[in-house]
Each structure stands twice: as structure tokens, then as C-alpha cells.
Design a protein around this ligand. Structure first.
Ligand SMILES: [Zn+2]
Length: 270
């Protein structure tokens, strides 16, 4: 008996050690793959001084509806991540803030190539007029991830100094009517310490330097859907998450994403 238990404990310890070893290997590879690209990113102090640029009605009502339909159609194939109202990793389908990675397996790029190009053109035009951060890149600036967010009551992005580390330009597009929800206001912490809010109506695009601090106040009612596109100096990612590796292969599949969330469920049941 005692011996069987000892064997079990040894096996569990070996598996845990293997997992940590593998995770550390992934971490080292991501640091190495990011080292070059990170040197061209805007410094935090510079990013804070940049302006958020609002492009009203970037998408028509029909185009917004099309994105909801596209998400519904692709959802079973997409990687996802979720957070609870306490901003902890959410178990499978239980988040108050759910993120679906439309860029999983290149699905968004294949399904809506013209919109993908319009988003790239928008970033380039806004950047050239306002910030010139993309011009620092020495390699092509491409989509890191295309995300569809669903926020329900209690969901928020509460940290005033949150930023999209490792990306150059972020585009948020509002896919909900302002009457569909309460709260959920996009805000930026400005260099003078003030918190700035923005008009953000259905179809509008808010474009900003990814390293500018931004947050979202808690949703108090309804549902808020937003499309988020991050552009980076790296390969156009097709993995099922927000990738940390600017170059090289990434194996993170939709299945791996689901498995991680189901494990989370099992963990919270224990
Ligand atoms: Zn990846």
C-alpha cells in the first residue's frame, strides 16, 4: 500500500516538474523571439502622451451585424479566454469578460480579407497623421490577434495602467448599441493624472498606441461586444490566443485553449 502511494506521489511530482520545465522553456523561447521586436516599441512615457483617435462610423450597421454573425458561425472553432468579475481566469464559459480569438487558424483573414485590409489601412493612416510609431518598425506590422469581446455585468478592465504590451497599435470597434449596456466606458489615464472618457458608438473605431494606458469601467447592465485588433512587429498570428512570440512557430491551438479552460473547471471543482 505504502509503496503504491509512494509511486503515485513520485509520478505526480515528475509530471508537475515536467510541466514547469515545459512552461519555462516556452517562456525562454518567447523572450528570445521578442527581443528584437521589443526594442522598437514606443517607450511608455512617449505612449502616454499620444492621443486616442476616434473614427466615427468606421463600420456600418450592416457590417457590425455581419461581425456578430461571423463570430456566431466561427465560435466552435475559436480559441477563447475568460475573466471573472474578480479579474481571475474564468472557467469554461463562465467569464463576465469573454474573449474569442477570431484570428484562430487564420479564419478571420480568410473570411473577411477586405475588412482585414481596411483595418491595416486605418492603422497606417491614423498612425501617419498622429503618432508615427509604425514607422519605427523594421519589419512588417501585421495583426497579432483579432478578438471578439463579450462583456456582461461585473466585467471590467479595472487597472488604470493596463496596456497592450508588445503591440504597436490597437484598434477597438464598438459592436453594441450604447443603449444595449450601462457602464463599460473606455477610459485612458492621461499624463496629468486625469482619467479621460471617450464617445464610443456602434460602428466607431478607437485607435491608440498599444502602450498607452487604457481601462474599461465595470459593466452594470446589458452586454457589450467589441472587436479588438492588435498590430505588432511580428508575424501574422494564426494561433488561438494572444500570442507572445513575435517570430517562429506557435502551436497554441483552439483545442489547447479549450483544454486549458476545462482544466480550470476541474481545478475549481476540487
Ligand atoms: Zn501563439
Amino acid at each position: 500500500m505504502r509503496r503504491a502511494l509512494a509511486v503515485k506521489v513520485t509520478a505526480a511530482t515528475a509530471a508537475a516538474s515536467l510541466l514547469v520545465h515545459q512552461q519555462y522553456g516556452d517562456y525562454l523561447a518567447s523572450v528570445e523571439a521578442s527581443a528584437h521586436a521589443e526594442t522598437h516599441l514606443p517607450l511608455s512615457a512617449d505612449a502616454q502622451k499620444t492621443e486616442v483617435v476616434r473614427v466615427p462610423s468606421f463600420l456600418s450597421a450592416a457590417e457590425v451585424e455581419d461581425l456578430h454573425e461571423l463570430h456566431k458561425e466561427l465560435q466552435p472553432l475559436l480559441g477563447s479566454a475568460g475573466r471573472t468579475s474578480g479579474n481571475q481566469a474564468a472557467a469554461y464559459r463562465q467569464g463576465t469578460w469573454e474573449t474569442s480569438y477570431l484570428s484562430t487558424d487564420g479564419l478571420f483573414a480568410r473570411a473577411r480579407p477586405a475588412l482585414r485590409q481596411r483595418l491595416l489601412d486605418l492603422a497606417r493612416e491614423v498612425d501617419a497623421e498622429h503618432w508615427n510609431v509604425m514607422s519605427r518598425a523594421t519589419r512588417p506590422v501585421l495583426p497579432r490577434c483579432v478578438e471578439y469581446h463579450t462583456v456582461e455585468p461585473g466585467g471590467s478592465l479595472p487597472y488604470p495602467t493596463h496596456y497592450d504590451a508588445g503591440s504597436l497599435v490597437t484598434i477597438d470597434i464598438m459592436l453594441s448599441d450604447s443603449s444595449d449596456f450601462r457602464g463599460g466606458e473606455f477610459r485612458t489615464l492621461e499624463p496629468d493624472g486625469s482619467m479621460r472618457s471617450y464617445a464610443f458608438e456602434k460602428g466607431d473605431a478607437l485607435c491608440f498606441v498599444s502602450h498607452k494606458f487604457h481601462c474599461v469601467s465595470p459593466l452594470t447592465a446589458g452586454r457589450r461586444n467589441v472587436l479588438v485588433v492588435e498590430l505588432w512587429e511580428g508575424v501574422e498570428r494564426q494561433c488561438a490566443h494572444r500570442c507572445e512570440r513575435h517570430t517562429g512557430e506557435c502551436e497554441h491551438s483552439a483545442r489547447a485553449s479549450l483544454f486549458r479552460r476545462v482544466l480550470n473547471d476541474l481545478g475549481s471543482d476540487l
